[in-house]
Ligand binder design. Structure first.
Ligand SMILES: C[S@@+](CC[C@H](N)C(=O)[O-])C[C@H]1O[C@@H](n2cnc3c(N)ncnc32)[C@H](O)[C@@H]1O
Length: 320
């Protein structure tokens, strides 16, 4: 059955305008931030106030900041201490700016998500919003020769770090293998029927198309999640029925360079948004019959390790 497709109008204003006054200035240095309106749209669409949102690769904490402003609780995991600290500061700032939600950030490897997130929250997450690291060529800030004293345009802030264990630095195959494992752990974090939203983009490597969205779709399926929607989150604005493109300097440069070599590249105007659902009923867990969110009787299930934990959280059962 074909999955429903919808278009999210997520760039009525530019990325800097969306972050202005909401994110600390150091946030600009992160090479691959999510557009705030994408996170906000996902959170408003798939959760209610008071729900719990998780981002296992949270960068500067966009998911957390937007969740806090929308009155949700948010958890983030980030591998790099530098970005984890910034995510914490951005989350704190969101609460000071009037956000009524809460946020907590754990610094660590999302491949060990179940060890990093307190056991009491396993099976309690309503929504995962995340984006794997990919396609570094289009990221970065521009410095002119006037600022640097060097010849020509200089690229800066295009790396997450120099740590080879950061998944941004591994091959696409290894990234997908690791991301499948991360999604499988996200499934255990989600309540039955909970949603996972993953944003990705395709890119080209030496002219060859790397279709990351299709690969992430397969990764989600392999992780035991059900694809339920495939959406388009616009990076371009809409004016008088026309798309208003806002490409970065390096996107334009990549496209021009590719076209000079005869590769018919276009400026990307959207992120692919893949939406998955945690099945209600998994035979390896038996949560659907026993877990409180279904409204069914809370009978313990011997094979379900989540069972006893979800009932000790103090969070309202059947809160959906
Ligand atoms: C595409 S960025 C996410 C950006 C984030 N959505 C934001 O708006 O800031 C991917 C993030 O994953 C982090 N990362 C890479 N490997 C990781 C791992 N094994 N565990 C957790 N985070 C990881 C990177 O450091 C990077 O910050």
């Amino acid at each position: 059955m074909p999955v429903p497709l919808s278009v999210w109008n997520t760039a009525p204003t530019s990325a800097p305008a969306q972050r202005k006054g909401r994110y600390l200035s150091g946030s600009t240095a992160h090479p691959a931030k999510m557009l705030p309106r994408i996170a906000a749209h996902a959170i408003s669409t798939y959760t209610r106030p008071g729900d719990l949102v998780l981002d296992p690769m949270c960068g500067i904490g966009t998911t957390l900041v937007e969740a806090i402003h929308l009155g949700r609780s948010a958890l983030g995991v980030e591998y790099e201490p530098k970005w984890a600290n910034l995510a914490r500061l951005n989350a704190t700032s969101a609460t000071h700016e009037g956000g009524t939600g809460t946020g907590a950030v754990h610094c660590g490897d999302a491949r060990r998500l179940t060890q990093l997130i307190p056991a009491a929250l396993h099976g309690e997450v309503d929504l995962v919003v995340t984006s794997p690291p990919y396609g570094p060529s289009v990221h970065g800030q521009v410095r002119s020769s006037r600022e640097t004293g060097e010849r020509g345009v200089v690229k800066k802030d295009f790396r997450y770090s120099h740590d080879p264990a950061n998944l941004a630095h591994v091959s696409t195959d290894r990234l997908l293998e690791a991301f499948t494992g991360i999604l499988a752990q996200c499934r255990l974090m989600l309540r039955p029927g909970g949603t996972a939203v993953v944003t990705t983009r395709p890119w080209r490597e030496r002219g060859e198309l790397i279709d990351l969205p299709s690969a992430v779709l397969a990764a989600g399926r392999a992780a035991g999640l059900i694809p339920t929607e495939r959406c388009v989150a616009l990076l371009a604005g809409i004016r008088d029925g026309q798309l208003i493109s806002r490409p970065s300097f390096f996107q334009m440069k990549n496209v021009r360079d590719a076209r000079r070599q005869g590769i018919p590249l276009s400026v990307v105007q959207h992120e692919d948004v893949l939406v998955f659902t945690r099945p209600q009923n998994r035979p390896d867990c038996g949560t659907a019959s026993s877990r409180c969110a279904t409204g069914a009787a809370r009978t313990p299930h011997a094979a379900c390790t989540l069972r006893s934990r979800t009932c000790t959280t103090g969070r309202p059962h059947g809160h959906r």
